[in-house]
Design a protein around this ligand. Structure first.
Ligand code: NAD
Length: 499
């Protein structure tokens, strides 16, 4: 395959029909890593038609689950074989550190293994029809052709969270990675082919949201769209999919509260842990995480001590090229994200927030070229719910601070968002922790932790954070139709009509 053959359609690697290309940039210095083909609606249609043929007349949907599970396990093995290559690709493409890239590869390996085990054990069920002359079963079948659209912050991970259950369930698919970070998805599709996936089952189109994502969302031959990305694009996907009544799963943004009670800071160890984790919650991957703990919601009595220590540590975060040893945080993914971050900090200043650290682009350094999209981790104190920076997802290294006096206020603040993806509560008081966790309107709640997720546990959002779930049994169910088969073993006339 040549460098520009980044579309995989009907079992073949090819360039875009139009010959168009796009440069993929390294966000650490804005240089070109490589070029990829830029697909349009014509390529997209060809990919959908290939996936349709493979579903309607190919052998994958009818392949025994044990064989499908074996293939997923082979993919898991290949991911581990290529762990370093993939981590490097992801680091250069997204800016994240190599260590984060390795963690992503390990996480997606677990996801492939999890769905292999799950599908092998999840059979249908026999239903008691209340009659010895009826045999009634509920069975699961693949949905059909799936369009899988992913964002740029966790390209390998987001693609895998969709591809693994889609394949486990017996679907065929067309995947469209973000145009900014397509490289790890290209590599992943190579691994699927190497693992022995039949022709036409996995199709890949590299290209822009509009036309490629838009065409996939409206396409009459697509049965399901699973989209991860921002609220604005997710709304368009939903609208485009509506006339053909596709199944739609949306994993959208978040504005996630990290709620810290004073008792969590009562011991030195507790204080150190809560500060450390608040830092991690907000600034890992420069805050470009849908579940980033970008709102610190903290009890007023400990605010000063906590925020002072948090800002001290945030200033020490080592920013630089993700592939350099010792670097703790990479650049933002694009010039656009950098500009957006700067605009949010400017709006927060104008709204009266107090900048406790950051709020600027750092000076260039040996590991940090001037042309890279770096921004200093920024803590904004004295924030409130009327500020744009508190209400909107910034997707940058920005942490806002709001305070409360009572548990009631803490819950109200944490729920005061149109999103509902994730949140955390910090307290050694087990009763309070469970009470608050029970009242938070978010899809994942961490108690005395931040960020871990498990392939066995569902991931997704309340409110405008999305529709549907990924991972866990519900993550597989998204990709399956459920069919009730009722068999009358002794058919006779019913004589409802007597004539
Ligand atoms: P984005 O919405 O700009 O793009 C996401 C994908 O959608 C890309 O592949 C893009 O090309 C495509 N797209 C854009 N317009 C489209 C359209 N009209 N029709 C179909 N597809 C279209 O998002 P982004 O900037 O790449 O990613 C950041 C966003 O993703 C953030 O809001 C973040 O919170 C969200 N995200 C959510 C989760 C989650 O699990 N909930 C995980 C990661 C990222």
């Amino acid at each position: 395959m040549s460098e520009l053959e980044t579309l995989h359609i009907d079992g073949a690697w090819r360039a875009a029909a139009s010959g168009a290309t796009r440069e993929v940039l390294d966000p650490a210095d804005a240089t070109t890593i490589t070029k990829v083909s830029e697909a349009d609606a014509t390529d997209t249609d060809a990919a959908v038609e290939a996936a349709r043929r493979a579903f309607d007349s190919g052998r994958w949907p009818g392949t025994p689950v044990a064989e499908r599970a074996d293939l997923l396990r082979r993919v898991a093995g290949l991911l581990q074989r290529d762990r370093e290559d993939l981590a490097l690709i992801e680091s250069r493409d997204t800016g994240k550190t190599l260590e984060e890239g390795r963690t992503d590869v390990d996480d997606v390996t677990s996801a492939f293994r999890y769905f292999a085990d799950l599908v092998a054990n999840e059979t249908g069920r026999v239903v008691d029809a209340g009659s010895s002359t009826v045999h009634s079963v509920v069975v699961h079948e693949p949905v059909g052709v799936c369009a899988l659209i992913t964002p740029w912050n966790y390209p390998l991970l987001q693609a895998s969270w969709k591809i693994a259950p889609a394949l486990a369930a017996g679907n065929t698919f067309v995947v469209k990675p973000s145009e900014i970070t397509p490289l790890s998805t290209v590599h992943l599709v190579k691994l699927l082919i190497e693992a022995g996936l039949p022709r036409g089952v996995a199709n890949l189109v590299t290209g822009a949201g509009d036309p490629v994502g838009a065409r996939l969302s409206e396409h009459p031959l697509v049965d399901l769209v699973s989209f991860t990305g921002g609220l604005a694009s997710g709304t368009k996907v939903s609208q485009a999919a509506a006339p053909t009544v596709k199944k739609v799963a949306l994993e959208l943004g978040g504005k996630n509260p990290n709620v810290v009670f004073a008792d969590a800071c009562a011991t030195e160890e507790g204080f150190d842990t809560a500060v450390d984790q608040a830092l991690n919650a907000a600034f890992i991957h420069s805050g470009q995480v849908c579940s980033a703990g970008s709102r610190l919601v903290i009890e007023e009595s400990v605010r000063d001590r906590f925020v002072t220590e948090l800002a001290r540590r945030a200033e020490k975060i080592v920013l630089g090229r993700g592939t350099e040893p010792g670097v703790e945080c990479g650049p933002l993914v694009s010039a656009e994200q950098l500009a957006k971050t700067e605009a949010y900090v400017a709006s927060a200043r104008a709204d009266g927030a107090v900048v406790r650290c950051g709020g600027f682009r750092p000076e260039p350094a040996a590991t940090r070229p001037a042309s890279g999209y770096f921004y200093a981790p920024t803590v904004l104190d004295y924030c409130h719910g009327d500020m744009r920076v508190v209400r909107e997802e910034t997707f940058g290294p920005i942490l806002t601070v709001e305070t409360f006096h009572t548990e009631e206020e803490a819950v109200a603040l944490a729920n005061d968002t149109e999103y509902g993806l994730a949140g955390a509560v910090w307290t050694p008081d087990a009763g309070r922790a469970r009470r608050v966790a029970g009242r938070l309107r978010h899809g994942t709640i961490w108690i005395n932790d931040y960020h871990p997720y498990l392939p066995q546990a569902e991931w997704g959002g309340f409110g405008k954070s999305g529709v549907g779930r990924e991972l866990g049994p519900a993550g597989l169910a998204e990709y399956r139709e459920t069919k009730h088969v009722y068999q009358n073993l002794q058919p006779r006339p019913v004589r409802w009509f007597r004539g």
